[in-house]
Design a protein around this ligand. Structure first.
Ligand SMILES: Cc1cc2nc3c(=O)[nH]c(=O)nc-3n(C[C@H](O)[C@H](O)[C@H](O)COP(=O)(O)OP(=O)(O)OC[C@H]3O[C@@H](n4cnc5c(N)ncnc54)[C@H](O)[C@@H]3O)c2cc1C
Ligand code: FES
Length: 263
C-alpha cells in the first residue's frame, strides 16, 4: 500500500557531475518496496513546483533506509539537492508495478545511463534469490558509470560498455549484449531500463531470442497515483490491438513485447 510519509534525510551527497545520492529513513516504505518501484517526492515548501517528482528506488536495507540517486535536471531536483541531513521530505511510495523476480534462474539486466539506478536494486534482489545475474551497464564514458564498486560487491557478473570506449566495450550496451546472445548465452528472463532507443533495441533482441523481458518506462508524471492520466503510454496486446495505460500505476515496468516504441 502506498504510504505518504515525512522521511528524515540521513545523508545527501554529490557522487558525480550533477548526480546526488540521498538516504532517507523510510521503514514503512522499505518494508514493501520492490525493485522497479519509485517514490514521488514533494520538491518544495511552497507551491512551486507544484507537482511531485518521481525517483526510482535504488536500494533499501533492513534498517529502513531508502537510497535514491538522481540527476539534477530542473527546479525540483535542484531544490532536492540543497536539502541537508536532518531535514524531512514529504514522499509517497512505494508506487507502481515492479519487475518480476525469478529464483534459481539465469537473468540479464541491461542498463543505459541513469537506467542503472533502479536495476541496482533488482540485481541485488535477484542475486539474493540465487539467480545467476549478468548485469550489462552502459554509459557515455567511464566518468558517467554509476556505482561500479557497489555493483562489483554484489554476487553478479558485470559487463561494461561506453560510447567512447573509455571503459570496457566501445559501443552501445545492447551491442555488447547482442554479442553474448549470438555466442550462445542463454537466459530465462531479461530486464532493461535506460533511454528509449536502448530499450527498444533491447526489446527487439529479447523478442528475437524468445526471451521473457521487461522494461521500465519513464513519462512525465503529475499525480503519480493513476488519477490524472498524464503519464499514459501506448500498449498493444498479442493481437496488435492498442490502448493507453498509465505508466505510474500499470508500470513503470511493462512486458517488453507490449510496448509501442513508435518506430
Ligand atoms: C518512474 C520514474 C522514475 C524516475 N527515476 C529517476 C531516478 O531514479 N533518478 C533520476 O535522476 N531521475 C529519475 N526520473 C526522472 C525524474 O523524475 C526527472 O528528471 C525529474 O522529475 C525532473 O524534475 P525537475 O523539477 O528537476 O526538472 P523539470 O524542471 O521538471 O524538468 C527539467 C528537464 O528535465 C526533463 N524531465 C522532466 N521530467 C522528466 C522525466 N520524467 N523523464 C525525463 N526527463 C524529464 C524535462 O523535460 C526538462 O527538460 C524518473 C522518472 C520516472 C517517471
Ligand atoms: S501521473 Fe497521474 S495518472 Fe499517472
Amino acid at each position: 500500500m502506498i504510504q505518504n510519509i515525512k522521511a528524515e534525510i540521513l545523508a545527501s551527497r554529490k557522487i558525480g557531475h550533477d548526480i546526488f545520492l540521498l538516504k532517507l529513513n523510510a521503514p514503512s516504505i522499505t518494508e514493501t518496496a520492490q525493485p522497479g518501484q519509485f517514490v514521488h517526492i514533494r520538491c518544495s515548501e511552497t507551491t512551486d513546483p507544484l507537482l511531485r517528482r518521481p525517483i526510482s528506488i535504488h536500494d533499501i536495507n533492513s534498517d529502513g533506509e531508502l537510497t535514491l540517486i538522481y540527476h539534477v535536471k530542473g527546479k525540483g531536483t535542484s531544490w532536492l539537492s540543497k536539502r541537508e541531513a536532518g531535514k524531512k521530505l514529504d514522499i509517497l511510495g512505494p508506487i507502481g508495478r515492479g519487475f518480476t523476480l525469478t529464483e534459481n534462474k539465469r537473468v540479464a539486466l541491461v542498463a543505459g545511463g541513469l537506467g542503472s539506478i533502479p536495476l541496482f536494486f533488482l540485481a541485488k534482489k535477484a542475486a539474493e534469490k540465487n539467480n545467476e545475474v549478468d548485469f550489462f551497464i552502459g554509459a557515455q564514458s567511464k566518468g558517467c558509470l554509476l556505482r561500479i564498486d557497489e555493483l562489483k560487491a554484489l554476487n553478479i557478473n558485470l559487463y561494461i560498455a561506453t560510447d567512447d570506449g573509455s571503459e570496457g566495450f566501445k559501443g552501445f550496451i545492447t551491442q555488447l549484449w547482442e554479442q553474448y546472445l549470438k555466442n550462445g548465452k542463454v537466459y530465462d528472463r531479461a530486464y532493461s531500463c535506460g533511454p528509449k532507443p536502448q530499450m527498444a533495441a533491447f526489446s527487439r533482441l529479447a523478442i528475437k531470442a524468445s526471451l521473457p523481458a521487461e522494461v521500465s518506462l519513464e513519462e512525465n508524471m503529475a499525480c503519480g497515483i493513476g488519477a490524472c492520466r498524464g503519464c499514459v503510454t501506448t500498449i498493444q496486446d498479442s493481437y496488435g490491438n492498442k490502448h493507453y495505460e498509465n505508466v505510474c500505476t500499470c508500470g513503470p515496468v511493462f512486458d517488453a513485447t507490449t510496448v509501442c516504441w513508435g518506430d
